[in-house]
Design a protein around this ligand. Structure first.
Ligand SMILES: Cc1ncc(COP(=O)(O)O)c(C=O)c1O
Length: 395
C-alpha cells in the first residue's frame, strides 16, 4: 500500500523532533536545558482547571454543537470585539481543538491548486506545509531583522499577483517575537483593500507583548470582511494540552469551516469549552503575572545572547522567543543547534525549522525559569571556542 501522492507535500514541526532527540539524551543520563518548546511553563490558572473539573463532574462529557456552545461563541465574540475594537458576533466564531485547525480548515476551504499564498518566512512551519499539501503555491515573504522582523513592504507589494488568494500575517510572531507596526498594517491593508484576497491573521500571541498592544489588521477599513482571526487559549492561558482555539471569520467561511469540523472532529470537547468560558470570564491576573515574568526572562536572555561571540539578538516585542542572528559564528544554523544540544546540553531550534529564510538564526524559547536560562547561557559560552577558534580559512 502506498501513501497518497499528496502526503509527499506535507511538512512537519521540527520542534517535536528536537524534543525527541533531547529526551533520548536525557534517557542516557545527560542534563538538557529545554529552550526548544513553544509552550508556557506556567500551570493553567487554578480557576480554569477547577471549571474544567466541575464540568466533568456535572456531565459535560458528551458531544456538543459542531461550531461550539452558543454561549461560549457569544463570549468569544464579545472578547474579540472588545480586544480588537471590531463588531463581530457568535455567528462569526468557530470553536475548534486548538489554533492550528483554523489554519488547516480555512486553507482547505478556499485554496485551489495553483493559488498563491504569501506567508512569513521564517514563520510557523505549518503555514507552508498546508499550502503545499493542498497544491497551492507557497510564496515566502522574507522577514527583515532591521525592521523588527516585519516585511519589506515594497517587496510585499511586488509579490501580489492576480493569483494571490491568501496572505498570512502573524503578530506577535513565532519564531521572531516581532510585532507588525500599525503603519505597516495600514499599508498592507491599503494594498489588499481592492483585491479578492483572504487574510489569515494568526493572533495566537495577542496577549503576550511587552510594548504597545499589537493591532489587528481587522481594525482597518474593509479588512474585517476578508480576514480570519486565529486565536485561542493555548498560549494566553497556558492551555496547550486542553486543545482549545477558535477562528473569527465572515459567516460564508464559518459555514465551510463548520462543515470541515463535522467531517473531522464532530465538535471540540465539551468540558474544555466550559473551562474556556471560565478563562474569559474570570480574573486575568495570571496572564499579567505570566507576561511580567516573560519580560524578565526576555531581558535576561537577550542580554546574555548578545554577550556570546558571533551572536546578535534584537529585542523581541512579543511572544516568548528570542531569535538571534548567529551568522557571526560561521556555522550553519542546523549544525550550531546540534552542537549546542550535543555538546552544551542546550536544546533550541535552528532558524531553518521555520523556513529557508531562517538560515543564520536560532530560536530560543524563554518559557523556562530564569535560573535555567542563565545555566543555558553559561553552557553555550563554555562551548563557544568551538566556533571562535576556527580561522576563517577553515570555516
Ligand atoms: C504562530 C502560531 N500559531 C498557531 C499555533 C498553534 O496553536 P495551538 O497549539 O493552539 O494549535 C502556534 C503554536 O505554537 C503558533 O506558534
Amino acid at each position: 500500500m502506498q501513501l497518497a501522492e499528496r502526503m509527499s507535500r506535507i511538512g512537519t514541526e521540527s520542534a517535536f523532533e528536537v524534543l525527541a532527540k533531547a529526551r533520548a539524551l536525557e534517557k542516557d543520563g545527560r542534563n538538557i536545558v529545554h529552550l526548544e518548546i513553544g509552550q508556557p511553563d506556567f500551570p493553567t490558572p487554578r480557576h480554569v482547571v477547577d471549571a474544567g473539573k466541575q464540568a466533568l463532574d456535572e456531565g459535560w462529557t458528551g458531544y456538543g454543537p459542531t461550531a461550539g456552545f452558543p454561549e461560549f461563541r457569544e463570549a468569544i465574540a464579545a472578547y474579540v470585539s472588545r480586544t480588537r475594537g471590531i463588531p463581530v458576533g457568535a455567528d462569526n466564531v468557530c470553536v475548534v481543538p486548538g489554533g492550528k485547525p483554523i489554519m488547516f480548515f480555512t486553507m482547505m476551504a478556499v485554496l485551489e491548486p495553483g493559488d498563491e499564498v504569501i506567508y512569513p518566512n521564517p514563520g510557523f512551519p505549518i503555514y507552508e506545509s498546508v499550502i503545499e499539501f493542498l497544491g497551492a503555491r507557497a510564496v515566502p515573504m522574507p522577514l527583515v531583522e532591521s525592521r523588527g522582523f516585519s516585511f519589506d513592504l515594497d517587496a510585499f507589494a511586488a509579490k501580489l499577483t492576480s493569483r494571490t488568494k491568501m496572505v498570512v500575517l502573524n503578530s506577535p510572531a513565532n519564531p521572531t517575537g516581532g510585532v507588525i507596526a500599525r503603519d505597516d498594517l495600514a499599508r498592507i491593508a491599503a494594498l489588499l483593500r481592492d483585491r479578492d484576497v483572504l487574510i489569515l491573521s494568526d493572533e495566537i500571541y495577542s496577549r503576550i507583548y511587552y510594548d504597545e498592544a499589537p493591532e489587528s489588521i481587522t481594525q482597518f477599513d474593509g479588512m474585517l470582511e476578508k480576514t480570519v482571526i486565529l486565536d485561542g487559549f493555548s498560549k494566553t492561558y497556558s492551555m496547550t494540552g486542553w486543545r482549545l482555539g477558535y477562528g473569527v471569520m465572515p459567516t460564508w467561511l464559518a459555514d465551510a469551516v463548520n462543515l470541515l469540523m463535522v467531517n473531522s472532529n464532530s465538535c471540540t470537547a465539551s468540558f474544555t469549552q466550559r473551562a474556556g468560558m471560565a478563562a474569559l470570564a474570570g480574573p486575568q491576573d495570571a496572564v499579567d503575572t505570566m507576561v511580567a515574568e516573560f519580560r524578565r526572562r526576555r531581558d535576561a536572555i537577550v542580554t546574555g545572547l548578545n554577550r556570546l561571540p558571533g551572536f546578535r539578538c534584537t529585542v523581541p516585542s512579543g511572544a516568548f522567543y528570542a531569535f538571534p542572528n548567529v551568522s557571526g559564528t560561521g556555522l550553519p544554523s542546523r549544525e550550531l543547534a546540534d552542537l549546542l544540544l550535543y555538546e552544551a546540553g542546550v536544546a533550541c531550534l535552528s532558524g531553518t525549522a521555520f523556513g529557508a529564510y531562517g538560515e543564520g538564526y536560532l530560536r530560543f524559547s524563554y518559557a523556562n525559569s530564569l535560573e535555567n536560562i542563565e545555566q543555558a547561557l553559561s553552557r553555550i559560552a563554555a562551548v563557544s571556542e568551538r566556533w571562535t577558534s576556527r580561522t576563517p580559512a577553515t570555516r
